[in-house]
Design a protein around this ligand. Structure first.
Ligand SMILES: C[S@@+](CC[C@H](N)C(=O)[O-])C[C@H]1O[C@@H](n2cnc3c(N)ncnc32)[C@H](O)[C@@H]1O
Length: 311
């Protein structure tokens, strides 16, 4: 398939900050929030990574789950370079076309420094990179299958896992209890998994995997909106102190984890389809509600005065 053949499936999208982004018709979802790839990388990756935790000259071990256009990695490379850090990087990604489309776009090229772009070009051409900023390798294919290889090499050693899959509704395969537990095992004691996602099912699964949670501070509150939503989730084997970027979960968010919405996606074989995962979860939710084991999410919403669809 050529780049122009995939234009119908992956089409460029404009974003508020002017950065390059894509829409996937296969997943019926955009790659980044409407605020843009740059803004998202800043608020969900670079800020909450708190690179000031690492001494200049040290190496930060990173796993980028769903590399896509490479925006998160490019932003992290620039931030690491400004702090004299190197990356030992691994990426998981099913499809090489988002990276190729991004690198073929002039605007994308203008977004990043030459030293952040060079590793992306090397990845697209050869699947690995090496430069003054460190080294890395991308593992193409279904991240569920490739994770096992990372686990044997990097268990307990990863400082940052960047989890940027499509939403759980569109891509539940990468938000299952089993997949998230696999990512949790990669983390070093002070390591962090960072994601834009704050879905109760994902947070509950991360907790079941033994991680502690924090909310990412939301960058800008839309005028008139409730002051209560966060910008994503950080999870770690260790407590996550509050900071400019992180805050504890609010009582409303904690109660969300006791509702129907917190039912995990389950994928013990690691090869179920999205439809199978969604159907199996829905059945489990109905059964647990019928047995009175959990609160309905609509009751929780009413208690907190939330509109439907706001969670
Ligand atoms: C939201 S986009 C990632 C955005 C990316 N971080 C960026 O900045 O461009 C989700 C990505 O997940 C990839 N993907 C979907 N299913 C996957 C799977 N099972 N394993 C690995 N990658 C997958 C898609 O190809 C897509 O590039």
């Amino acid at each position: 398939m050529t780049l122009s053949d995939c234009a119908a499936e992956l089409s460029p999208r404009s974003t508020a900050d002017g950065s390059f982004s894509l829409f996937s018709s296969a997943f019926a979802e955009r790659f980044h929030s409407a605020s843009g790839a740059l803004s998202e990388a800043r608020h969900t990756v670079v800020g909450p990574a708190e690179l000031e935790r690492f001494l200049p000259g040290s190496t930060v071990v990173v796993v980028d789950v769903c590399v896509g256009t490479g925006s998160n990695t490019a932003a992290l490379l620039e931030a690491a370079a400004s702090r004299q850090l190197q990356l030992h990087w691994r990426g998981l990604e099913l499809d090489s076309r988002p990276l190729q489309l991004a690198l073929a776009d002039r605007g994308f090229g203008a977004q990043w420094s030459a030293e952040a772009l060079a590793p992306l070009h090397q990845l697209a051409a050869a699947g690995h990179w090496s430069s003054s900023l460190g080294s890395g390798e991308i593992l193409w294919g279904d991240a569920r299958g490739r994770l096992a290889e990372l686990s044997s090499a990097l268990q307990g050693q990863v400082d940052l896992v960047l989890h940027d899959a499509f939403s759980p509704r569109r891509c539940p395969q990468l938000w299952s209890l089993e997949f998230l537990a696999g990512l949790a095992q990669l983390l070093a004691p002070q390591g962090r998994l960072l994601s834009y996602c704050s879905a109760a099912a994902v947070r509950a699964s991360l907790k079941l995997a033994g991680l502690q949670l924090a909310s990412l501070q939301r960058p800008q509150q839309p005028a008139g909106s409730l002051e209560r939503w966060c910008g994503g989730t950080a999870a770690s084997p260790s407590a996550l102190p509050a900071s400019t970027w992180l805050r504890p979960l609010t009582p409303m968010e904690l109660e969300h984890l006791g509702t129907n919405a917190a039912e995990p996606y389950r994928d013990p074989s690691g090869c179920n389809s999205a439809a199978q995962l969604l159907a199996q979860r829905s059945l489990q939710q109905q059964q647990r509600l019928a047995r009175g084991e959990i609160e309905s999410t609509s009751a929780w919403r009413r208690r907190w005065g939330l509109a439907r669809g706001s969670t």
